[in-house]
Design a protein around this ligand. Structure first.
Ligand code: F6R
Length: 614
């Protein structure tokens, strides 16, 4: 939630920050603002609405030329998306400007205490309390870094704070706890941002900030301390994403581009997974094989689309490892007193690696003694850093708010984990593992075959522009695919869509089906006939209630074709791998329908890409 940029260097700070915010806009787009300091005075421009509105305002009324400043793009939590509530917030004495990502949980108490001291507030945000308090600390210390350390210690909750001081030119200071912040290390310039995308055009060298740390950047230095001012050794890393990967490359939406990148995302996620002896390896493992052999339960925690990837993975991991797998919404996990101990393996799945619900879930699991393995797309993010082992998904940056290529690569990474566990625990023979890996290696081509039929899916979307309710059905691994198809439509087309296990339909939901409700059905491949034939019966049940059916079935499945008003053919894959091909037409359908309905596909209303609040 919220994108933050800070800059010190020789370039025009406003332009660098605006460009950075443009790349951060997927994190929040309710309002945006920039603050710069010139000759001991802080000037702010901020505006409700998308970043474009701020840019227009800056064209009419430019900010003074400056070489350092801070910027913010907001996803509102405390206080509506108005000009006044937009960040940066300036202290009453005008000395500091501050931007914030996260939630300051004790802000009401802090605000009351400050008001009692006579401080006047202008916004409804929690952030303004931090700005006012920072100015008070600064008045005492006259050093922004010390003031920030003292401020951070007084705040409860999750935050990244970045500030400038009118009296300390050329310096930007930030504090972090539980919200993302990375430092971009340039030559004669340095950057702060919520995500490396903000500065990737300028530098590929980065520092991942740890918990409870404060960082001070000037043109030539980056200084990291803890909240007590003790120096901290920073961990440097190199960013290997290309700048083009974060651009649209001619597509109308990042989402569409990312759907079409899926063959590559899956292939890259499979790359380099074997050692010279042909044994599967993970990216970072700090769990011994003995510990992995001792586990008696796996719990997958994740949110949204990543949770559906976990649901898919359960079928495969249980089948391959004969170990029970529970899949749990991260936001619910720690509230149900789950049974976890040192023999539990907690697998967490997160594209961003910053989702607060997921982060809190793994912290809880870790505190109960569980080992944590993260499946993540973002190098250096908090979740992989706090885990005992990591599998990176190598999908490249995912900018569209609706997750697509991350989902497919999460499923692949979770499958690799299942196979790795099967290898370590001896529940599969080497050649069995190899067979599955070969089948996985064949999926990028099969995904491409689905993408090659995009026009047929687009035609279907244009037929359905007036439909208001959609049902998605599946069985076995088709259930999470159905749920994911429905989620995509809800989030980007703002249409009512529900996914169900096909067998559950008759237990209630079938009552909502009539001739106005198209039903998408994911038909399992033939071969597991009991599964396939059951779904065929379910299609007949909905047709008998007048529903139009959109049937996603294996090419050559004549029986399924018979019951399809619309047929979308899928390449032949083993049942467990079907989500990797069956999800793709549903993504394309949602993207196209949302486009036809005039929605903002990459930045749907009320959403943000990285959900760093609980
Ligand atoms: C849906 C979507 C969300 C995310 C969820 C978890 O398209 O993008 O449901 O999947 O917010 O996000 P990560 O994977 O970053 O933890």
């Amino acid at each position: 939630m919220c994108g933050i940029v800070g800059y010190v260097g020789p370039l025009d700070a406003v332009q660098v920050i605006l460009d950075g915010l443009k790349r951060m806009e997927y994190r929040g787009y309710d309002s945006a603002g920039i603050a710069v300091e010139v000759d001991g005075t802080i000037t702010v421009a901020k505006r409700a609405g998308k970043l474009g509105r701020l840019s227009e305002q800056l064209e009419r009324e430019p900010l003074p030329a400056s070489h350092h400043g801070i910027g913010h793009t907001r996803w509102a939590t405390h206080g509506g998306p108005t000009d006044t509530n937009a960040h940066p917030h300036v202290s009453e004495d005008g000395r500091v400007a501050l931007v914030h990502n996260g939630i300051i949980e004790n802000f009401a108490a802090l605000r009351a205490a400050l008001e009692e001291r006579g401080v006047h507030f202008v916004s409804q945000t929690d952030t303004e309390a931090a700005a006012q308090l920072l100015a008070i600390e600064l008045a005492e210390t006259d050093d922004l870094t010390t003031a920030m350390q003292r401020l951070a210690k007084q705040l409860d909750g999750a935050f990244t704070l970045v500030a400038i001081d009118a009296h300390n030119p050329g310096e930007v200071v930030a504090a972090r706890r539980d919200s993302p912040l990375v430092v971009g290390v340039g030559e004669g310039e340095n950057f702060l941002a919520s995500d490396v995308g903000a500065f990737i055009d300028h530098t590929r060298e980065a520092i991942a900030l740890g918990q409870n740390q404060v960082v001070t950047i000037t043109r030539d230095s980056v200084r990291v301390t803890d909240y007590d001012g003790a120096p901290v050794e920073a961990s440097h890393y190199h960013i290997d994403w290309s700048a083009e990967a974060a651009e649209k490359s001619g597509y109308d939406w990042f989402m569409r581009k990312e759907i079409f990148e899926q063959p590559r995302a899956v292939a890259d996620t499979l790359l380099g997974r074997f050692d010279t002896a042909g044994r599967l390896t993970l990216d970072e493992v700090r769990i011994s094989e003995d510990e992995l052999r001792a586990i008696n339960k796996i719990v997958v925690v994740a949110c949204g689309t990543a949770y559906y990837a976990g649901m898919v993975a359960k079928y495969a991991i249980e089948h391959w490892t004969r170990t029970p797998v529970e899949v749990e919404l991260a936001s619910e996990f720690r509230y149900r007193d789950p049974v976890i101990d040192s023999r539990t393996l907690c697998v967490t799945i997160s594209q961003s690696g910053e989702t607060m619900d997921t982060l809190q879930a793994i912290r809880y699991a870790s505190a109960q003694g569980a080992k944590i393995i993260a499946i993540c797309n973002t190098n250096g993010a908090t979740i992989p850093r706090e885990s005992d082992a990591v599998i990176y998904t190598h999908a490249g940056p995912e900018i569209g708010v609706a997750s697509t290529k991350a989902f497919l690569s999460q499923v692949v990474a979770a499958y690799l984990l299942g196979l790795y566990l099967a290898q370590v625990r001896g529940t599969m023979f080497g050649e069995e593992i190899k067979t599955v890996v070969d089948e996985l290696a064949a999926t990028p081509d099969k995904i491409q075959q689905v993408l090659d039929q995009a026009n047929r899916v687009y035609e279907l979307a244009s037929e359905m522009v007036n439909v208001e309710d959609f049902i998605f059905l599946g069985r076995h691994v088709g259930v999470p695919v159905a749920l994911e198809g429905a989620l995509k439509l809800k989030e980007i087309a703002y249409l009512h869509a529900e996914g169900f296990a096909a067998g559950e339909l008759k237990h209630g939901p079938i009552a909502i089906i009539d001739s106005t409700t198209p039903v998408f059905v994911v038909v399992p491949p033939r071969g597991r006939d009991h599964l396939h034939d059951k779904v065929i019966s379910n299609i007949q049940e909905v047709r008998a209630r007048g529903a139009q059916t959109v049937v996603l079935a294996e090419r050559g499945d004549e029986l399924a074709a018979t019951f399809a008003d619309w047929l979308i053919e899928l390449p032949s894959v083993p049942t467990l791998l079907q989500p990797l091909v069956a999800t793709v037409p549903l993504q394309l359908f949602a993207c196209e329908l949302a486009t036809l309905l005039g929605r903002d596909v990459d930045q749907p209303r009320n959403l943000a890409k990285s959900v760093t609040v609980e």
